[in-house]
Design a protein around this ligand. Structure first.
Ligand SMILES: O=C(CO)[C@H](O)[C@H](O)COP(=O)(O)O
Length: 208
């Protein structure tokens, strides 16, 4: 069964904790978004892990260099997963995988900005990453003509474990599930909902 990941793109740890408290019963992975980590630092990771020790905590570092060092920082703070950019060199990803193995944690490669996401997903899977995020970021989603269907089609032909992030919502999550993606990532569809718990519950139900 595909896992549900909530992406918390808020700026304050207290707001992230409040949101996570509402949606935790329905999600498997709690993601601290890049803006939250930049705003609050590693302490935000520790706060979320301490509050939700049974959930996987995903630190969206989007690391581009010093993979081993940054992964070590994230894992020491309590993260279970760190993201490394797929557009960076294999040595950065391999360094992060080395740190992940030392901590018994995982690396997720984020394909944001990568031209051929499927090819890169297949390449980096060989390096020992946990899974690859087929991702259209917030700016790409805002571009005219954007459709999550591109990511869904890519997931179906990737042949390696992938997540999908890029505007997953109630309309698209069934297709995300059917694509074979191992994780569905939902940010705005949950934190932007009038009732985030109901939104997460409904997304969960469609994944089951
Ligand atoms: O990593 C991100 C942006 O870089 C977001 O967290 C990710 O895109 C998921 O959020 P949404 O469902 O709102 O697209």
């Amino acid at each position: 069964m595909a896992k549900l990941q909530v992406a918390i793109d808020l700026l304050k740890t207290e707001d992230a904790l409040a949101l996570a408290t509402k949606v935790a019963p329905y999600v498997d992975i709690i993601e601290l978004g890049t803006p939250l980590i930049k705003s609050e630092g590693l302490a935000a990771i520790t706060a979320i892990k301490n509050a939700f020790p049974d959930k996987k905590v995903f630190a969206d570092f989007k690391t581009a260099d010093a993979g081993e060092l940054e992964a070590d920082m994230a894992f020491k703070a309590g993260a279970d997963y760190i993201t490394i950019l797929g557009s960076t060199g294999n040595s950065t990803i391999a360094g992060a995988v080395k740190a992940a193995k030392a901590h018994g944690k995982g690396v997720v490669v984020d394909t944001i900005g990568v031209a051929d996401r499927v090819k890169r997903a297949q390449e980096v899977t060989e390096l020992g990453v946990a899974f690859v995020e087929l991702h259209a970021g917030l700016d790409e989603q805002a571009e005219e003509g954007y459709s999550i269907q591109v990511l869904i089609d890519e997931a179906a032909r990737a042949g390696v474990p992938v997540s999908i992030a890029g505007g997953v919502n109630l309309d698209s999550i069934k297709a995300v599930k059917d694509s074979g993606a191992v994780v569905a990532v939902a940010g705005g569809a949950i934190y932007g909902a009038e009732d985030p718990a109901e939104a997460a519950k409904a997304l969960r139900a469609l994944l089951n």
